[in-house]
Unconditional design. Sequence first.
Length: 243
Amino acid sequence: MKIKTPHWLSTATLVLVSLVMGLQATAQKQQIMKTRLVRKTQLQYLSWFPADYKTQKQKQYPLLIFLHGSGERGNDITKVKAWGPPSFVEQRSDFPFIVISPQCPEGQWWNIEDLNILLTKLLKKYRIDPDRVYLTGLSMGGFGTWSWASAYPSRFAAIAPVCGGGIQIFAEDLKNVPVWAFHGQDDPVVPVKNTTEMVEAIKKQGGDARMSIYPATGHDSWKQAYADQELYTWMLSHTRKKK
């Protein structure tokens, strides 16, 4: 004999199922948050501060984030000093930026969410002007620069990717972020078109993008790019655009 389930019992069952699903979703969310916190502590970085940082207690400073290339991955943080701003800031007492240089773990690629969590932490920990956050990187770090800025354009005042490449369909996301990209004309590792096509795509969206293509230069275009003092003057001429 078929027994008809009372309407109130069906409703109660649905409520119980919804409650269980809700608890499972909450537990999953908490696990994700826990994972993000663990990942946040694993991304080590080099830090450098202007000479007057300790004495000018009320002053906020511009932040320059540098993303290294694939050769500097690992656990030895001193490897990050090989190229770019970390290689020269210790000899430049007049350099006006706080410089943060994270290190990508061995065998991995730059993880944008990890980097974004790191930036949030930095803004809370140090006296950084949130409207003057600048991003640059070379090779793998150049790709990371394009990717991070495309995903979170509102976090940066300007970016300077070096011998990297972006995804053209995300050009519209960068139309409000000033870009100065660098590349070697004869780069055998990352084709120069990765930069030229991305810059042109941003320009078509009405964005502010420029590039320096070095003739007779291979993959190490970062040597010329980071030696150009105009780059840092250009960065400081920009502040984050408010929506």
